[in-house]
Design a binder for this molecule. Sequence first.
Ligand SMILES: Cc1cc2nc3c(=O)[nH]c(=O)nc-3n(C[C@H](O)[C@H](O)[C@H](O)COP(=O)(O)OP(=O)(O)OC[C@H]3O[C@@H](n4cnc5c(N)ncnc54)[C@H](O)[C@@H]3O)c2cc1C
Length: 305
Amino acid sequence: MGYLFGLLGTLTLVKSASTLQAEQYLAPFARGEKICAFALSEPDAGTNSFNIKTTAVAEGGGFRINGNKWFITNIDNSDALLLVAKTAPSGKEAVKSGSLSLFLIDLPNESLDYTPIPKHGFNYYKSNQLFIEDLFVPESALVGTLGKGFASLAPTLNAERLLVAAGSIGLARLALSSAVLYASERVVFDVPIGAHQAVQHPLAAAHARLESAWWTVRQAAAMEDQGDQSAHATALANTAKYVAVEAAIDACYHSLQAHGGAGYAREYHQERWWREVQLFRLAPLTQQMTLNFIGQHVLGLPRSY
Ligand SMILES: Cc1cc2nc3c(=O)[nH]c(=O)nc-3n(C[C@H](O)[C@H](O)[C@H](O)COP(=O)(O)OP(=O)(O)OC[C@H]3O[C@@H](n4cnc5c(N)ncnc54)[C@H](O)[C@@H]3O)c2cc1C
């Protein structure tokens, strides 16, 4: 997931970096020589990004930034940070007037302090609380247009959903293939356990769901490749994220079940995959928000938030 949040930062830069920023950062990011972390989430704002409290105040040729973020993944291992801060009012006013701005900050930086949040899975990356105290950045750190940070992030959102969708399916395919192998080899009542329909059918059904989700992901990804940012493309990206994650969670669960007690043991990967796949329901976007999008923009139901 570190790569995922990092990619969100990098993709935004591809679309919105100044010539100078592109020259300095994009080539090393693309080559994997440098990594960019991404800091949007805050404890008090939740999914409502327009309510973030981190502020960037104009001051003598630059901006003074103060605030707190959480779950900032891989910042401890990154060379730069794409930070989202508020440069205008909160709430509905902010949505109307534009309010969020993006800043690209070199790491490490003495005005940034972070501490890891112990977490359920994905422990090969740290996700951190981030404290920003009196950070001064020059005007050249601004990415895109002042107050239009959300507009800069928006064109990356479909790609982000598709990355999660494809990543979930990849993980689930691995879980499924290892379950098939185990169910073919493990003999309990004289035959391999995979001969029992109670073991075989959930695996076959998981395969069917994954394949179906995969074709939705492919179709949405083809539209993304063509630069399609239409409402239809966005609806399909949200649909792909939703169905792929649900199919992946189901496949990881049945992979664990097919392994019996071994699936619960740290020695096997099943319990870790089961823990880790849950993240995709929550981050970087919750399943509820994909359903909000589909409910409102595809089905035409009233906006719920
Ligand atoms: C391991 C991990 C790594 C992360 N890495 C990063 C990172 O690098 N950078 C970063 O900026 N962020 C990161 N995040 C944060 C992540 O993007 C957020 O946790 C996620 O967007 C959800 O926001 P929240 O946790 O504030 O949930 P909340 O917004 O508090 O939501 C809580 C629950 O309420 C539901 N809910 C809220 N509003 C509505 C509504 N209107 N309709 C229906 N349901 C609703 C949500 O779907 C959710 O189930 C990470 C999170 C995790 C767990």
